[in-house]
Design a binder for this molecule. Structure first.
Ligand code: HEM
Length: 179
């Protein structure tokens, strides 16, 4: 019995040490490897129809609001900062770690810029598709909103203007939150 166990262990060790060279393990296990675009640095996503309707709401039309957010540059910075704060937030960091933050910073910036009415088009996916099977909870949603509020406060956006963006985003929570 002891001998059989020893023989089995020896066989296992041999197997474990078998050279893996020449074997494409990703292909072997059906793992899809995605490569970043050399120009944009983004990972590819499944094809979808691009439309501003994917942004989830209609835009404001107020030069004052755009000014309050520091123009297009200010808006894009606030979106990127919201992502940065979320990546560093232990409550939700794990959700972000598994995704393409280069793309998210760009598309979230476009979405905010479009909704605030600063003249951008939104080229990302709709909210339901973008967050499908992510398992986002109500608590995760609150954490993200807190990070957005922190980013807007850092940028000295007046509270009334902050609330106007939040009012556009709030109804989208039904398409994002899954449990
Ligand atoms: C109303 C609230 C939210 C809005 C407006 C929003 C907006 C967006 C936008 C515009 C995208 C990019 C879609 C694309 O690139 O095609 C996206 C993706 C993403 N969102 Fe949200 N989001 C919201 C809530 C959340 C929450 C609560 C979390 C997690 C705590 C989250 C995590 C993510 C992640 C990880 C991605 C990347 C998905 C991927 O690359 O596949 N989002 N979101």
């Amino acid at each position: 019995m002891l001998l059989t166990t020893a023989a089995a262990a020896a066989a296992l060790m041999l197997l474990q040490q078998a050279p893996a060279e020449g074997v494409d393990w990703d292909a072997e296990f059906g793992v899809e490897t995605k490569e970043r675009d050399p120009v944009t640095g983004e990972l590819p996503v499944d094809p979808y129809e691009q439309s501003n309707a994917n942004a989830g709401a209609t835009p404001y039309d107020s030069a004052r609001l755009v000014r309050d957010f520091g123009g297009r540059d200010g808006i894009v910075r606030i979106a990127a900062r919201t992502v940065e704060l979320s990546e560093a937030d232990p409550r939700i960091a794990a959700i972000f770690a598994a995704h393409d933050m280069v793309r998210l910073k760009r598309t979230l910036g476009e979405q905010f810029c479009y909704l605030i009415g600063a003249g951008c088009d939104y080229s990302g996916r709709d909210m339901r598709t973008a967050h499908a099977e992510m398992g986002v909870t109500k608590a995760d949603m609150n954490a993200l909103v807190e990070n957005l509020q922190a980013a807007m406060c850092e940028a000295d956006v007046p509270f009334a203007a902050q609330n106007r963006l939040l009012a556009k985003l709030a109804p989208m929570s039904g398409q994002v939150v899954e449990r």
